[in-house]
Design a protein around this ligand. Structure first.
Ligand code: HEC
Ligand code: HEC
Length: 227
């Protein structure tokens, strides 16, 4: 008896679950896209940021990280003067934070130009290029940067720096922005993972920071190209 009942329950479950979950996700993203209209003034329509990292890339960032930072800006746990008016309670409710974070995280920004077909017209090419997030590759002692990153950072930020869970993606982020954040962590003006790993950052030399950043700009080539 239980053996025969199983497929029936599976089908029933699928029928019940599929349309509901698809619908609610679609609604949140729609609202999120609308809210993103105010963010676009600084971060760009696709969240690709700009002004050489004055505005960070947020498109494709980890959803939990986006939401956490918005809550931190709102409570002023992390000070962000340009964004403060946009994150006040009446502007951005908890529900809005969920919707806009989900939408922004769902944007996939390529970090290399696409392979165009001969048939692609100028507009198609322009639109595709607007989304490309190109980070200049930095020179430095790459083996030193790699050893530091893989030993001290990869556990949280991921082997290829795409982040995981609430730990932010570092690859594809403007180098100047990353450098500024590391300086803020060292000065104590922004808290790095509830202070747990400030130890490493505080001990690190300027040259090590340069090597780490140089490696991060190349990490996808080095780690993904491996068989
Ligand atoms: C007036 C310009 C401005 C507007 C509008 C703005 N931001 Fe920002 N945002 C910034 C700046 C500047 C920073 C970087 C602050 C720093 O360097 O610490 C930032 C940082 C962030 C970060 C942190 C990124 C990270 O990796 O830690 C997130 C997330 C973010 N913004 C999301 C949003 C969202 C969502 C909106 C719309 C509701 C928005 N921003 C609107 C200027 C803006
Ligand atoms: C124990 C986990 C952990 C380790 C190890 C760690 N980080 Fe982080 N890192 C975090 C968390 C969590 C955040 C988000 C902080 C916040 O909420 O503001 C973060 C944020 C960052 C940011 C800012 C990113 C952004 O988008 O704003 C940089 C840059 C960074 N880490 C660099 C490093 C480097 C370099 C190392 C290795 C030397 C490292 N981290 C090791 C957990 C970690």
């Amino acid at each position: 008896m239980p053996m025969r009942a199983q497929p029936f329950f599976l089908i029933l479950l699928l029928t019940l679950l599929t349309p509901v979950s698809t619908l609610s996700v679609a609604q949140n993203l729609e609202k999120g896209k609308e809210i993103n209209g105010t963010c676009a003034a600084c971060h760009g329509e696709f969240g690709s940021g700009g002004k050489r990292g004055e505005y960070p890339r947020i498109g494709g960032q980890r959803v939990a990280h986006i939401a956490e930072q918005l809550r931190n800006f709102r409570s002023r746990k992390r000070l962000n003067i340009p964004m403060f008016p946009y994150t006040q309670e009446r502007e951005l409710s908890d529900e809005d934070i969920k919707d806009v974070s989900a939408y922004i995280a769902s944007i996939v920004l390529p970090t290399t130009p696409p392979d165009f077909k001969d048939t692609d017209d100028a507009l198609t090419r322009l639109e595709a290029m607007e989304k490309v997030m190109m980070i200049g590759k930095l020179d430095g002692d790459i083996p030193n940067g790699k050893a530091l990153y893989q030993n001290e950072c990869a556990d949280c930020h991921g082997q290829t720096a795409l982040g995981k869970g609430r730990y932010p993606m570092l690859f594809g982020q403007y180098t100047q922005y990353l450098r500024r954040q590391i300086e803020l962590f060292i000065k104590g003006d922004r808290i790095h993972d509830d202070d747990e790993s400030k130890g490493i950052l505080a001990k690190i030399s300027q040259k090590d920071i340069d090597d780490l950043l140089a490696y991060i700009t190349r990490i996808q080539d080095i780690e993904v190209a491996k068989p």
